[in-house]
Design a binder for this molecule. Structure first.
Ligand SMILES: [Zn+2]
Length: 399
């Protein structure tokens, strides 16, 4: 069995679902179980300075061979899996996929996806039907370590220093929180956390949130004329003034949006919470301005202090940073193409740990794992795509 497949089948059986409600780091103890397993394997294959810190971050290194002046390249993936569907899986291997519907336990059927017929004839790995498969992102871990194993073989070509990290709690947005950028020591890095083979991502949203509070005037409904200001209705008016076509369900590609995430209200008080997203930092500022302007309009209509806003910035588009280092992207493109994989460059409609790491001083675009349908029971990954990614990473380091 290929090293990457064998590794992957083992890693996905360890339960590492992260948990938003937990305040500890890692958020769940299973992540340290997988971390300890990885530490042993990295030591056994001869990696140096292998360690897991108290927060569950795993680090390991391969020193340069021959090329002392080559840049130190980082490779990163995450150990946790999405909370969307809990649990580890008993993976199922389909040796020679026929291109048709795949029936799993619990009546789960993988069918109707455009990409499926193209996978006919390949060996696929799917989940058992009662959890995610966990290719996001254990395929990344398996691919990185299978590549490291090959790099440590005596006959491997010369290469620069390789820095490897496996992070906890990426799925709950905390993967970069305690990342030791200085100790990692890479000049730049790649997360191996994307989907279909060939994906190369270096643009994500700029993200902010906006909490809108509405204060109403309540009184007896029988004597309300000219007096009552119903906070819930003002909140609805606020929402109604936003452009309806700029919502997640009507946007794609580089189109940003306003997303009403939560609403709550009585006649006395109401609250709205919005997510604001745009790849273009200037357009995100305009969205914030729109939010403020609507507040002012409603305050003119109903009196000062009726509507108040709190806007917070979250993450920024890593293009700002990665775009300053075109060689990092060029290197990834060459690694894909030298393995006959067409790079697919598309904007991420979300954020990544790599985006945050980029602003922490470690430029960090994202590479494919080869998997599909992340965060659901229908997740799957073709074995040849994983093997191809091992070759791509090998080219990236030795090329
Ligand atoms: Zn992921």
């Amino acid at each position: 069995m290929s090293s990457v497949k064998e590794r992957f089948l083992r890693y996905v059986q360890v339960e590492t679902t992260s948990c938003e409600m937990s305040e500890s780091c890692p958020s769940t103890s299973g992540q340290k179980v997988l971390g300890a397993m990885l530490v042993e394997e990295m030591k056994a294959m001869g990696m140096e300075d292998v360690r897991m810190d108290e927060y569950g971050y795993v680090y390991g290194f391969i020193p340069a061979k021959g090329l002392k002046d080559a840049p130190a390249i980082g490779l990163i993936s995450h150990m946790d899996t999405s909370e969307a569907v809990h649990g580890a899986t008993k993976p199922v291997v389909i040796p020679d996929y026929d291109g048709g519907p795949i029936r799993l336990k619990n009546g789960v059927e993988i069918s109707g996806f455009d990409f499926l017929p193209n996978l006919a004839g390949q060996e696929l790995i799917v989940g058992s039907g009662d959890s995610v498969l966990g290719a996001d992102d254990k395929a990344g871990i398996a691919e990185i370590l299978a590549m490291c194993e090959r790099l440590l073989a005596p006959d491997a070509p010369d290469h620069g220093r390789v820095c490897v990290a496996f992070t906890p709690d990426e799925e709950i947005g905390r993967g970069a929180d305690r990342f030791d950028v200085a100790g990692f020591g890479a000049d730049f890095a790649y997360t191996v956390d994307g989907g279909a083979l060939g994906e190369l991502e270096y643009e994500c949203f700029n993200a902010a949130s906006c909490a809108v509070k509405v204060k109403g005037v309540s009184c007896h409904t029988g004597e309300a004329k000219g007096e009552m200001i119903n906070a819930s209705l003002v909140a609805m008016e606020y929402t109604g003034m936003l452009p309806p076509w700029e919502r997640p369900e009507h946007t794609e590609g580089y189109e940003g949006f306003y997303h009403l995430e939560m609403m709550n209200g009585t006649e006395e008080a109401a609250e709205l919470r919005f997510l604001l997203r745009d790849h273009d930092a200037g357009k995100l500022e305009m969205k914030k301005e729109t939010m403020r302007t609507i507040g002012e309009v409603l305050n003119k209509r109903y009196g000062d202090g009726t509507v108040s806003l709190e806007i917070r910035d979250y993450y920024r588009n890593m293009r700002e940073i990665v775009g300053q280092h075109p060689k990092i992207l060029e290197k990834a493109k060459v690694a894909f193409m030298s393995n006959r994989v067409e790079p697919i460059i598309k904007p991420i409609r979300g954020g990544t740990d790599g985006a945050r790491l980029s602003f922490m001083g470690l430029p960090c675009p994202n590479l494919s794992t080869g998997g599909y349908n992340f965060h659901g029971r229908k997740e799957l990954i073709p074995v040849p795509a994983m093997e191809k990614m091992v070759n791509v990473l090998f080219s990236l380091i030795t090329g």
